[in-house]
Design a protein around this ligand. Structure first.
Ligand code: OSB
Ligand code: MG
Length: 375
């Protein structure tokens, strides 16, 4: 594909309610969008870097800088074989996966459109089973002001049809959250996500969760850590899932080698895109490690691509991919809705991402826009 022009957007959208994690609250959700124009088609990507460097060191500001000063100039005017050639083309920039993923997503959208197939079908080409038409999903609930409120919010999502609940925890707001949720919902798949807020010395906190029959415990220890997770794992009964620590397929390989986890949350943007996410999928599937697709409060552009990845056969656990109304009152694409009968979301079937951009609303939520062409 010959890349003719790339448009970069800084978008800011208000969440329906603040999303509170161990690294703080978020109400306004900023992100960057890329529109890559090639061979008469336009592919879209989303960089999920946030306003603050809490989840990752990247922010919308650093992603704008890395994209506009380095990554985009390396691509415009250039012929590129396809999305799988992007990694080598951008390897001159160390790190910054959330910036790179916006281009990777757009190139996968373009490749699928060029073949006239959905992104799910395109990604699933290597697998005899093909792509799933619906993927199981859950909902990720931020830290609430009280345990009573936590139980109430779980109940609201349960009534909407969600059949897997994830609760955010932080030190001092941990075992009690799990106990309150389990007491109110004895049979519901419940999991906890600490977003790196604890240390190995806190093992007793997690041992106290052993009796709660949790689906999993997500990323209790450090953002850079794999080793201490391997030491925590034999001390607890709850299956251990890594999120932040897995920055690449190599990190997945290290985690498998030292048995640091039971499950991996694959966020394509955290690993620089869908090509690398699929490598992790293949590696883990070969050894039977369960996987699910994580979320970063995506707009419809990112959500469509999350669903396409989750449609691959190795993603066997419900993803953090919820209905649009759980995040935004209005989105830049048509809303995604929950299939209440089986707690799933349908994977877009149209060519590429299979979503249409609402350009009027996109303009309304865009803070800054720049187009890049060859001089
Ligand atoms: O740790 O999975 C996380 C949102 C922002 C940053 C980190 C995380 C999350 C979520 C939300 O849990 C998942 C979603 O998009 O619904
Ligand atoms: Mg997480």
């Amino acid at each position: 594909m010959k890349i003719e022009r790339i448009d970069l957007y800084h978008v800011s959208m208000r969440l329906v309610s603040p999303f509170v994690t161990s690294f703080g609250p978020q109400q306004q959700r900023d992100c960057l969008l890329t529109a890559v124009h090639a061979d008469g088609l336009t592919g879209w990507g989303e960089s999920v870097a946030t306003n603050d460097p809490g989840y990752s060191y990247e922010t919308t500001g650093t992603a704008w800088h890395i994209l506009s000063d380095f990554l985009i100039p390396a691509l415009v005017g250039r012929e590129i074989a396809g999305p799988e050639a992007l990694g080598p083309a951008l390897s001159f920039v160390r790190g910054h996966p959330l910036a790179k993923a916006a281009l990777d997503q757009a190139l996968w959208d373009l490749a699928a459109q060029a073949d006239g197939v959905s992104l799910a079908a395109k990604l699933a080409e290597p697998y005899a089973e093909g792509a799933k038409a619906r993927v199981p999903v859950g909902v990720s609930i931020g830290i609430q002001p009280s345990l009573e409120r936590t139980v109430e919010v779980i109940g609201q999502y349960y009534d909407q049809g969600y059949r897997r609940i994830k609760l955010k925890i932080k030190p001092g707001h941990d075992v009690a959250v799990g106990r309150a949720a389990r007491a109110a919902f004895p049979d519901l798949p419940i999991m906890l996500d600490a977003n790196s807020a604890f240390r190995l010395e806190d093992a007793a906190v997690f041992q106290a969760m052993d009796e709660l029959n949790l689906l999993m415990l997500e990323q209790p220890l450090g953002y850079e850590d794999i080793y201490d997770h391997s030491r925590l794992r034999p001390l607890i009964k709850t299956p251990l899932c890594l999120d932040e620590s897995i920055h690449s397929d190599d990190h997945a390989r290290y985690a498998l080698a030292i048995e640091a986890c039971d499950i991996i949350n694959v966020k394509p943007s955290r690993v620089a895109g869908w090509t690398e996410a699929r490598r992790i999928h293949d590696r883990c599937r070969a050894v039977g490690m369960p996987l699910w697709v994580g979320g970063m409060l995506e707009t419809g552009v990112g959500r469509a691509a999350q669903l396409a990845l989750a449609a691959l056969p190795g993603f066997t656990l419900p993803g953090d991919i919820s209905a649009t109304e759980r995040y935004y009152t209005r989105d830049i694409t048509a809303p995604f809705t929950l299939n209440r009968e089986d707690s799933t979301i349908s994977v877009p079937a149209g060519p590429g991402l299979g979503v249409e951009i609402d350009h009027d609303y996109l303009a309304a939520v865009t803070l800054r826009r720049e187009s890049f062409t060859t001089p």
